[in-house]
Design a protein around this ligand. Structure first.
Ligand code: PLP
Length: 371
């Protein structure tokens, strides 16, 4: 049982963290996507205001929470046709991702599909339910016994955005297979380049599913856009029947989101201003780091939204991790997300000062023997 999952993969980075820490200017840790900016004051106030909370919270979510989620989907995600029985809170998204196959009753041998370059939690969920994981982007190649498909747009680590048409094709194929599609969309308000001027589509968008939410679930998190990773503030929306069953199981299991966090989610979703502010902060960091990463000689793939730069020197990714660590910069090796990767992932979740320092070190290294 305990060998179903290996040691937590970030442990492999420890020697490189030690190497990077020896740099005279200190380590610039760009290896994890954990926000460093303050939780907005209005959200902190909301948490304080709801701190008196002696009773158990609603597993399915308070009326205030549900109304705020429905209205946010309409305002910010082009999903105008959700009702309050289609939404539920989760305790951060990672928890729901990791337990969804179990909660859906998937059996050993059932297939869970994930993107070819994938965030690490989808495989964890498949392993906990003893399911087979298939990494495949092309819907035509999803196996017949697929029971759950994970989409991730914008993607972590690659920042790839799926168009409404790509999502539509995925939904059509999942419907042929009778599979559930869970779409992990937590970077959807952080679009760059062409996604600055248009909203990033959700799986629940009528252009994608024609208003039929059967077997569809969109997962969202306020960890990134509202600097609430410490509060485990997240939610899911979609098929009302699915939501009802999940909430029932989660009620039995005690998987409920604290009431003050539900209130804070509602307050955060009603306020776009702090999200715009966070986006401006990340846009600046991205510009600085992207320019330096390219100047150093990296080719950048996708990275059109979200909080990462997915880049390659066309060599074993661990070699790149080492050369970055020698500059005091810690990055995540691509092998955490795809086998035999030649990419590394730079996170934008460091202070302006650290991002500027990383940029300076990359520039200073140009022309020196760095590879
Ligand atoms: C694609 C993706 N999904 C889910 C999560 C988890 O978010 P949460 O903090 O809500 O657990 C992350 C966090 O990095 C992520 O990158």
């Amino acid at each position: 049982m305990f060998d179903r999952l290996p040691e937590y993969p970030w442990a492999q980075l420890k020697p490189f963290a030690e190497l990077a820490s020896q740099h005279a200017g200190g380590i610039v840790d760009l290896s994890v996507g954990s926000p460093v900016d303050p939780t907005p004051f209005a959200i902190q106030s909301a948490l304080n205001a709801a701190a008196n909370s002696p009773g158990y919270p609603s597993t399915g979510g308070s009326a205030e929470f549900k109304t705020a989620v429905v209205s946010w989907f309409s305002r910010r995600r082009q999903v105008p046709d959700l009702s309050i029985d289609q939404v539920m809170p989760s305790i951060g998204s990672k928890e729901l991702i990791s337990f969804l196959p179990l909660l859906l009753g998937l059996k050993p041998g059932d297939v869970v599909v994930q993107p070819s370059v994938a965030y690490t939690a989808y495989v964890v969920g498949a392993a906990l339910a003893d399911c087979e994981i298939v990494s495949e982007d092309d819907p035509a190649l999803w196996p017949e016994n697929t029971k759950l498909v994970w989409l991730n747009s914008p993607g972590n680590p690659d920042g790839r955005v799926l168009s409404a048409e790509e999502l539509r094709q995925a939904v059509a194929r999942a419907r042929e297979l009778g599979a559930v599609i869970a779409s992990d969309e937590c970077y959807a308000e952080l679009g760059w380049d062409e996604w600055e001027s248009q909203l990033i589509p959700s799986i629940l968008d009528p252009r994608v599913c024609e208003g039929d939410h059967t077997n569809l679930l969109a997962l969202y998190s306020l960890s990134k856009q509202s600097n609430m990773a410490g509060h485990r503030a997240a939610f899911a929306a979609g098929d009302a029947k699915l939501v009802k069953s999940l909430v029932n199981l989660r009620m039995h299991a005690g998987l409920n989101t604290p009431a003050p966090v539900q209130h804070a989610i509602a307050v955060a979703l009603r306020d776009s201003e702090h999200v715009n502010h966070a986006k401006n902060v990340y846009r600046n960091r991205r510009e600085v780091l992207l320019e330096a990463v390219k100047a150093y000689g990296f080719d950048v793939s996708d990275s059109e939204a979200g909080l990462y730069i997915w880049a390659t020197l066309y060599e074993d990714c661990w070699k790149t991790v080492e050369s970055m660590a020698k500059l005091g910069i810690l990055v995540a090796p691509g092998t955490l997300y795809e086998p035999d990767s030649k990419h590394v992932r730079f996170a934008l979740t460091a202070t302006d000062e650290r991002i500027n320092e990383a940029s300076k070190r990359l520039h200073d290294a140009i022309g020196l023997e760095h590879r």
